[in-house]
Design a protein around this ligand. Structure first.
Ligand SMILES: C[S@@+](CC[C@H](N)C(=O)[O-])C[C@H]1O[C@@H](n2cnc3c(N)ncnc32)[C@H](O)[C@@H]1O
Length: 303
């Protein structure tokens, strides 16, 4: 993260094997939902301008208005929704929320866990969205933008957003892991670095601080990872943390190359190193994971 060399991920040829029942299971179990601070920041950016247009006045900075009750039907679309970790968080704020993903297996899992009647799921690609022109108020990408062909996706965003609509993309890096006053970060980073040859090219995107993206709209917001403005903290077991690592594309690539047994051995070796760092602690004790998020948002001009 400290490396400030710009990353340009456009045109990366990435492996996208998210359609495997085992991987979907790991996603459902171990992948986090974004923190509420991100959702409220996105909604504030979206509603701020709508309020100004409707009432000709500035909205209070921390006030987040739903747009559900406003004229017409409000629509939020979550692209690369996976098993719905982010999608449902918008259900209270829009009339309709649609999750879009290429993977049928991920969508099936999202439908099973969905409890909201105004949330639905559709198969589709970010580069060819199954949506009408100028029909969407908010497009979100939660840890998914780096998997898309970004210029093609941005063209689709320009097509489907209503005037004044917003694209909000956010993602997290490998989480920090703490146990009481002990930090496990050095060990985790060392192992992650040793797996560098298995990082998909687009993985650079989420590991670095300075991400270069094509121009979309001039009205935009950037919050870098290094600002540490958005954090999700989770207390979980060491096995949950290992489960999260197990769910990553990096581990999938390691498993493809080395075979399941050897890949599992690497993961268990990491777990064992962390257990020995717990000192007198018990390996069933909770550890604290901190996921820091970056955010990029753009607003389509109103006229
Ligand atoms: C890292 S997961 C993120 C899942 C979820 N949004 C989250 O917050 O954890 C990336 C998702 O993007 C989907 N994906 C990859 N390429 C895609 C594309 N071109 N169009 C739509 N979805 C895509 C994958 O199937 C996967 O479910």
């Amino acid at each position: 993260m400290s490396d400030s060399k710009p990353v340009n991920i456009i045109g990366d040829d990435v492996k996208k094997d998210f359609s495997n029942a085992e991987i979907v299971k790991r996603y459902v179990q171990y992948r986090p939902s974004p923190p509420s601070s991100i959702i409220s920041t996105v909604l504030h950016f979206l509603t701020q301008q709508q309020q100004q247009q409707q009432h000709g006045q500035q909205q209070h900075e921390h006030e987040v208005k739903d747009i559900k009750g406003e004229e017409g039907s409000s629509l939020c679309v979550d692209v690369g929704c996976g098993s719905g970790q982010n999608t449902h968080l918008y259900a209270d704020h829009f009339k309709h929320v649609v999750g879009v993903d290429v993977s049928v297996d991920q969508l099936d899992a999202a439908r099973v866990t969905n409890t909201r009647t105004n949330v639905s799921y559709r198969q589709g690609r970010g580069e060819d969205l199954p949506l009408q022109d100028e029909s969407v108020d908010l497009v979100t990408c939660s840890s998914s933008l780096h998997w898309f062909n970004i210029p093609a996706f941005f063209n689709e965003v320009k097509r489907v957003l209503r005037p004044g609509g917003v694209l909000a993309c956010y993602w997290y890096r490998l989480p920090e892991c703490h146990y009481g006053s002990h930090s496990f970060n050095d060990v985790v980073e060392e192992v992650w670095e040793s797996w560098r040859e298995y990082w998909p090219p687009c993985h650079q995107f989420i590991m670095k601080d300075d991400v270069h993206l094509p121009h979309l709209y001039p009205d935009q917001v950037t919050v870098r990872l290094s600002e540490k403005k958005f954090v999700l903290e989770r207390a979980c077991s060491l096995d949950d943390f290992v489960g999260f690592l197990h769910s990553t594309a990096v581990f999938q690539n390691l498993e493809l190359d080395k075979g399941t047994q050897q890949a599992q051995h690497s993961l268990q070796a990491l777990r064992q190193r962390l257990v020995s760092k717990m000192g007198r602690g018990n390996e069933t004790d909770k550890v604290i994971l901190k996921y820091y998020y970056a955010l990029r948002m753009w607003r389509k001009p109103s006229h």
